[in-house]
Design a protein around this ligand. Structure first.
Ligand code: PLP
Length: 355
């Protein structure tokens, strides 16, 4: 028998979303309900004949686009096959057996799994009212803590803490603890929360900010994420990235999508309007929905049984939300915002369950 090394044999497979099968509409993976910018699709098509070549390992167009849009130094931008690749490499570079990686109650599940891959202990600080609590994170730091991950806006909660809280967190952390701010949904909150204040933290040398093309830009299928890194951190992470990690069409699409901020902002505004209407509809049924700053909402039912009944009724109508039992939120379902007609159908199903 061929045996994996013990810590890998002990891992559970990563819990991907159930896709529900034929004809099911997924509201389970926070994918965009809207197509990527037409300029991005054209840019992808235009490079298909370059496929005999390896992609550029320096992502020059994507880096330049990111740097221009956000007024950043392109040298400090690293790109990954999704921000997941960057998260995995950060953990492999800065945590090892017995080290602690500190997240929060409802932090991103992939961080736990990437920590287990390197035999680091993933520990969660308490959240308050489904919202990240800086005081609880600071209280949970020990001498073993190497990395702190904060997702803002949060997934699966959708809640947001102000930039000032992130700055207070950084100021309160020891200098040898790396802070990673995962901003996978930041485009849904940038209008109220100056992104420059968070990117500026990278200048300190101890903080990384991650973003992705997978959500607001409608390019989850392209696998393109990026981060703003202090040079020393970037140097270590780069050793662990797959060389040529983002395909030629994906780099072209991501760069063009990044440059089409008008399309992205239009999508964000449309999704937010549908989201807020759906959330109000849920609240009118007596369900609890925290104000979301993302393209999904967390719906809290009266009990885990009611959440299960809703899940079953939705599946019957070929609609699939994401169960939250893995986060200890068995009384919740997370719903990605889809088109208005789909959300109307979903609300009608919930009405039937809750009534
Ligand atoms: C979707 C998501 C990501 C980004 O994933 P990609 O690998 O870039 O597709 C990162 N963090 C959180 C919290 C997410 O929800």
């Amino acid at each position: 028998m061929i045996r994996a090394v013990p810590h890998v044999a002990a891992l559970a497979p990563y819990a991907l979303a159930d896709l529900g099968g034929e004809g099911v509409i997924s509201l389970a993976q926070n994918e965009s309900a809207f197509a990527a910018s037409p300029a991005a699709i054209a840019a992808g098509k235009a490079v298909l004949e370059q496929m005999p070549l390896y992609p550029d390992p320096e992502w020059p167009e994507l880096r330049a686009a990111v740097a221009e849009v956000h007024s950043l130094d392109p040298v400090k931008v690293l790109c990954g096959a999704g921000s997941m690749e960057l998260i995995g490499c950060l953990i492999r570079a800065f945590a090892g057996p017995g080290d602690r990686v500190l997240g929060t109650d409802y932090g991103y599940a992939f961080v736990a799994s990437a920590s287990a891959q390197v035999q680091a202990d993933y520990v969660k600080a308490r959240e308050r009212e489904l919202t990240v609590s800086v005081d609880d994170i600071l209280a949970a730091v020990t001498s073993e803590t190497r990395i702190v991950f904060v997702c803002n806006p949060g997934n699966p909660t959708g809640t947001l803490i102000p930039n000032a809280e992130i700055l207070r967190l950084r100021a309160g952390l020891p200098a040898d603890v790396l802070l990673v701010v995962d901003q996978a949904y930041a485009e849904f909150a940038d209008a109220d929360n100056d992104p420059g204040e968070i990117f500026a933290l990278a200048e300190r040398g101890d903080t990384v900010v991650l973003r992705t093309l997978s959500k607001a830009f409608g390019l989850a299928g392209a696998r393109a994420g990026w981060g703003y890194f202090p040079p020393e951190i970037a140097g270590e992470v780069r050793k662990l990235l797959n060389p040529n990690n983002i395909s030629i069409p994906s780099q072209a699409m991501a760069a063009a999508a990044m440059r089409d901020q008008v399309h992205m902002q239009d999508v964000v505004a449309k999704a937010a309007a549908i989201r807020d209407g759906f959330a109000e509809g849920c609240r009118a049924l007596g369900l609890t929905v925290p104000q979301s700053h993302t393209n999904f909402v967390l719906i809290r039912f009266a009990s885990p049984e009611q959440a299960q009944a809703a899940d079953a009724a939705l599946r019957e109508q070929k609609l699939l939300m994401r169960g939250m039992g893995g986060y200890g939120l068995g009384d919740c379902l997370r719903a990605t915002i889809c088109s208005q007609p789909v959300m109307d159908r979903a609300l009608a199903v919930l009405k039937g369950v809750v009534k």
